[in-house]
Design a protein around this ligand. Structure first.
Ligand SMILES: Cc1cc2nc3c(=O)[nH]c(=O)nc-3n(C[C@H](O)[C@H](O)[C@H](O)COP(=O)(O)OP(=O)(O)OC[C@H]3O[C@@H](n4cnc5c(N)ncnc54)[C@H](O)[C@@H]3O)c2cc1C
Length: 416
């Protein structure tokens, strides 16, 4: 019996496990997932917790329940991979051997990387919403906050779901308006990027929405520290942004086990060097990488993990059969962007094509609109929760092609 071992039972690891369990002969291959948590978290729902739209309990299910019955789940922390011995070591010292390894350990917020952020203000006047604890603590604080300077702050330029902090700022605008205190809240978006978003067309569209909603953007801000006493963000160039309430996306880093195993890339953020088209590790033949754990230049997002899972499944099967790998992953990402007031926008892009305006998935018919705020897009975002639990995690086909399509996209149009 040979072993396919998957590190991480989050979005990517669960999809890969379920898909490959269906494809591999159960008499020849065992499939094992190791995750340090016994609970699976629907992370996109974290966005709605601070505003009281979703209860925290709604976002979690036992990890065992989202895995096919033929998959073994080990709940344990992985300390290290020994790629030259084809085995991993758990934190309690137990070895687990593999024939093929998939690294799907994601990325996580590290508030301690920014001096002062997780000091005395943490979960009092400074919060994240990328964890269940943070989103819940922020909900409680927002419920009684009666206004002042709200600063949404990105500690780094690479982090999961790059649109989530923009969505947070837009939803905050609508939330305070609904509470009748919008005129008492000053919202500022502080980012190391040169604007609201990286790519020109999406940047112009999202920057325009920021202006419309009265959200100030402070670009090119590389934070050195949080001065907790003065409740002020301080940049390396000595610019300062004072706040009453800070909502941070802390530095995101891949799992420590990646660095501890010498498998990380040069920037020490613990992302695994991965072939951008085949999803195989650049350093080890029988190791594949999926989801936020890769160092690929596309978004760290569940949609990306979904498209990757199709190609990774194919390539693991090719590798086992001794066939050449298919070099097919194009960096496809597809993300709804909540813009508040019951509307959302949508972006669809890949390594080579920036988010463009247009219709999705069909020209004219849509029903979704790209780089445009619509009610249908918002309903699509809400429907994604059901799709996640019932179709996506189980690896069932979805009506969105793995490869990005130019159908419906308008190259020369300006965003609406
Ligand atoms: C607020 C928020 C909103 C988001 N919204 C969207 C959205 O609208 N659309 C979208 O596509 N994406 C969204 N995302 C991003 C999406 O959730 C992630 O990109 C996706 O979960 C990545 O999947 P993954 O499996 O790579 O990582 P994860 O789902 O994070 O899973 C990693 C797993 O590895 C486990 N692990 C880590 N280290 C170890 C270890 N040492 N030992 C054992 N187990 C370990 C963890 O416990 C975890 O279960 C959002 C994320 C956040 C935080």
């Amino acid at each position: 019996m040979q072993t396919l071992l998957i590190l991480g039972g989050g979005t990517a690891g669960t999809m890969a496990a379920n898909k490959l369990r269906r494809e591999l002969d159960p008499d020849a291959w065992s499939v094992t997932v190791i995750d340090k948590s016994e609970t699976h978290l629907y992370q996109p729902g974290l966005l709605f917790v601070p505003f009281g739209v979703y209860e925290p309990e709604r976002l979690t299910r036992p990890g065992r329940d989202v895995l096919d019955g033929g998959i073994e789940l080990i709940v344990a922390e992985v300390a290290e991979v020994e790629p030259n011995k084809d085995r991993v070591l758990l934190a309690d010292g137990r070895p687990v051997a593999y024939d093929v390894l998939i690294v799907a350990t994601g990325t996580a917020p590290r508030p301690a990387e920014t001096p002062g952020l997780d000091g005395p203000l943490w979960y009092r006047d400074a919060f994240d919403f990328y964890t269940l604890e943070g989103a819940t603590a922020l909900r409680d604080r927002l419920a009684t906050w009666d206004g002042g300077r709200l600063v949404v702050f990105l500690a780094e330029s690479v982090f999961k779901c790059p649109v989530a902090p923009l969505e947070f700022a837009f939803l905050a605008d609508s939330f305070f308006e609904a509470r009748g205190i919008r005129d008492r809240v000053e919202i500022t978006y502080v980012t190391p990027l040169s604007g609201a978003f990286t790519k020109p067309k999406a940047g112009a569209f999202l920057g325009g929405l920021m202006d419309e909603k009265g959200i100030a953007v402070v670009p090119d801000f590389y934070a050195e520290r949080v001065d907790a006493e003065r409740k002020t963000l301080v940049a390396y160039d000595e610019r300062e942004v004072p706040f009453d309430l800070l909502v941070a996306v802390p530095v995101n880093m891949g799992a420590d086990l990646v660095g501890a195993s010498g498998m990380g890339d040069a920037d020490d953020l613990n992302y695994v060097p991965t072939d951008r088209h085949t999803l195989r590790s650049r350093d080890h033949d029988n190791v594949f990488v999926i989801g936020d754990a890769t160092n690929l230049p596309t978004s760290k997002a569940g949609s990306v993990a979904h498209f990757e899972a199709e190609i990774l499944t194919e390539n693991v099967l090719h590798w086992i059969a001794g066939e050449p790998l298919a070099a097919e992953f194009d960096g496809h990402a597809n993300c709804f962007i909540e813009t508040g007031h019951g509307k959302a926008a949508l972006i669809d892009f890949n390594y080579d094509t920036e988010p463009l305006p247009g219709d999705f998935p069909l020209p004219v018919l849509g029903p979704m609109r790209l780089l445009k705020e619509t009610r249908t897009n918002h309903l699509g975002k809400l429907a994604f929760e059901w799709i996640y639990w019932h179709r996506l995690l189980s690896g069932k086909p979805l009506p969105v092609s793995t490869e990005m399509s130019m159908l419906g996209k308008r190259l020369d149009a300006a965003p609406a």
